[in-house]
Design a protein around this ligand. Structure first.
Ligand code: NAG
Ligand code: NAG
Ligand code: NAG
Ligand code: NAG
Ligand code: NAG
Ligand code: NAG
Ligand code: NAG
Ligand code: NAG
Ligand code: NAG
Length: 522
């Protein structure tokens, strides 16, 4: 890596939690949603309610898996149709608290739901709002009989947040999802990340020295998953567990019950995370607490990651310590080395670690355009299936028929829904899509009147031919100076063609096939 060591230092933090005498409050489960995708009824699991996905998504099909003895949340999925080679997203949309940070966890268990022709799970994408989150490839877990989960931390930018399942060119059968959790995280967690422009994608979170099952709620009040992790080093148990209330990121106290350690004066070396990493910048947090074996001990060590200094002379007492780096470049295998300081009379130890990929957010469509498109969607009887989530982003996943501008302010610049069998009416809210230069809605079954579109100052082409539109042609269309093509033929428009549209140079108006339309007097 070509980064000088000093660069890292400015991103390093240490915290020694203040001793806190206050006992843990009566635990409330984290606020948010537990969604059992495809389920026909809500259910209570370990005292928490799992909702059906009815109120969150309108596309896709609920399916039962035929695998016996599955845990309830894995026994049903929602499945989404692919169209060969076409990128399309299908979104869960939930009401959220703007500005709150959410832990989002999606879980997948294929269970052969796409039939015998597709013994392996499909590989597809997942998206949060306008940001590509990750590829979902559950092939390896599934071959071992395991479900797979993905976790991320995203800030709610509006009053709703969307989590989308998306087919890609490498998706060979219908994508699906088993469950979706969206849970509010405490505001102080991971707060050195700038969530205005970034999100965190979990790479690994481990409780070192633990065996047995994953630690989650209620041990972790935010229901983060801490996986057990053992390596070829000794496991030691703790006699004392620190108060976690003052810890950065508030890890569960259970992770301090065990630690990985070595003999005194030896370095502790971990191959963690236990797989090769793609080149990126990572948020890394490591958690430590003295195990209280010998009260007089002084436990002090240096931390290196891939032989690059991460922290010097960390003194770990029974009150514990957390050390983290907010943006650390890594690639390939990772080695964490804890080397005892010269005057340390106790061996190095480590209790837990988290590593996230720091994601840059993909942007969001200008809010006014989103609201206008939602209005348009609501007045259509059969809007395209993928009209949910962010209309323009991620770039390859804009809504069917929607084209958008690039740059800071992401606007809708053209609509083309020609000949896709749309019915319903045209919402007046289209007039708020003020960056539109073309509207092509010809050859559908749209009815109702043409709304006032005079606010579309950039509109060049308006194609509404081959529909069942009624009412008069708005004379305000004449106010749009940029208009070059106005195609209205074969509708059921009435009244007179407005004078403002007649005889204008560089404007082509077609109105044939409107039985009751009166041409202007010539
Ligand atoms: C799934 O199973 C439930 C009962 O367990 C049944 O009511 C429902 O109709 C089944 N759904 C499908 C799509 O077969
Ligand atoms: C999915 O993962 C499997 C096993 O790790 C791998 O062989 C396969 O190439 C991956 N598929 C895609 C499309 O990335
Ligand atoms: C982040 O959280 C820590 C621990 O709660 C707090 O001390 C610190 O002031 C917070 N920092 C920011 C930038 O909010
Ligand atoms: C976990 O570790 C403890 C102590 O090392 C051992 O007694 C126990 O059998 C282990 N449990 C499992 C499930 O491996
Ligand atoms: C575990 O460590 C011991 C001693 O360091 C070594 O002999 C052994 O080969 C290691 N085992 C594995 C699986 O790495
Ligand atoms: C709109 O879509 C139709 C049908 O797919 C196509 O023929 C037409 O060229 C498109 N118009 C624009 C402006 O892209
Ligand atoms: C209109 O759309 C239908 C599909 O909805 C298509 O079959 C037909 O060819 C189209 N007609 C024209 C004139 O484009
Ligand atoms: C256009 O947006 C404004 C707010 O930005 C809203 O008050 C107005 O009702 C919208 N117009 C239509 C026709 O929906
Ligand atoms: C067209 O409009 C006329 C007059 O409003 C009405 O009588 C007729 O039924 C309409 N035709 C269609 C096909 O909608």
């Amino acid at each position: 890596m070509a980064f000088p060591f000093l660069l890292y230092l400015s991103f390093l933090f240490l915290s020694l939690p203040a001793l806190s005498l206050s006992q843990q409050q009566q635990q409330q489960p984290p606020k948010g949603y537990l969604i059992d995708c495809g389920a026909i009824g809500s259910s209570m699991i370990d005292g928490r309610v799992w909702l059906t996905d009815d109120g969150f998504i309108s596309s896709g099909t609920a399916k039962n898996l035929t695998v016996p003895n599955l845990v309830p949340t894995l026994s049903t999925v929602r499945s989404f149709p692919i169209r060969n080679g076409l990128r399309r997203k299908f979104c869960y949309v939930a009401r959220v608290y703007r500005g709150a940070r959410y832990l989002i966890r999606s879980t997948y268990y294929y269970g052969g739901v796409n039939g015998l022709d597709f013994p392996s799970p499909p590989v597809f994408d997942q998206i949060v709002d306008g940001t590509f989150w990750s590829v979902v490839n559950t092939t390896e877990d599934y071959s071992k009989g395991l479900s797979s989960y993905y976790e991320g931390v995203f800030e709610a930018k509006g009053s709703t947040m969307s989590v989308c399942i998306a087919s890609n060119t490498y998706t060979v059968s219908d994508p699906f999802i088993s469950s979706l959790e969206m849970l509010i995280l405490g505001g102080s967690l991971y707060n050195t990340t700038n969530f205005d422009s970034h999100a965190l994608r979990l790479v690994a979170r481990h409780s070192f020295g633990h065996n047995g099952s994953i630690i989650g709620y209620p041990d972790d009040q935010f229901d983060r998953y801490w996986e057990p992790y053992e390596e070829n080093v000794s496991v030691i148990a703790s006699n004392t567990v620190p108060s976690v209330s003052g810890f950065w990121n508030i890890p569960p106290s259970k992770v301090f019950e065990r630690a990985l350690s070595t003999a005194r004066s030896e370095s502790l070396e971990l191959r963690w995370p236990p797989f090769s990493l793609p080149s990126s910048t990572y948020y890394i947090a490591l958690y430590f607490a003295d195990n209280g074996d010998s009260p007089a001990s002084s436990r002090e060590f240096d931390i290196h990651i891939n032989d690059i200094r991460y922290y010097n002379n960390l003194i770990v007492g029974s009150e514990g310590a957390a050390v983290f780096a907010t943006r650390w470049p890594l690639r390939g295998a990772t080695k964490i080395t804890l080397s005892p300081a010269a005057d340390s009379n106790a061996s190095p130890l480590i209790n837990a670690g988290e590593i996230f990929d720091v994601l840059r957010l993909g942007g969001r469509t200008h809010t006014r355009d989103v609201i206008a498109l939602e209005g348009m969607k609501n007045s259509l009887r059969n809007p395209p299936l993928d009209w949910s989530g962010d209309p323009c982003r991620p770039r390859d996943y804009s809504w069917t028929g929607v084209r958008c501008s690039e740059g800071e302010r992401i606007r809708v610049i053209s609509l083309n829904l020609t000949g896709i069998g749309l019915s319903g009416s045209l919402s007046p809210s289209i007039a708020n899509l003020t960056a539109l230069s073309s509207i092509w809605l010809g050859n559908n079954s749209l009815s109702g009147v043409i709304p006032d579109l005079s606010s579309l100052k950039l509109l060049e082409t308006l194609h509404l031919e081959e529909n069942q539109l009624t009412g008069e042609i708005p004379s305000s269309l004449g106010d749009i100076e940029s208009l070059r093509e106005l195609f209205l033929q074969n509708n059921n428009l009435t009244g007179r063609i407005p004078d403002t549209l007649v005889g204008r140079p560089r404007l082509e108006v077609r109105t044939s096939g409107n039985q009751f339309l009166t041409p202007p007097p010539s």
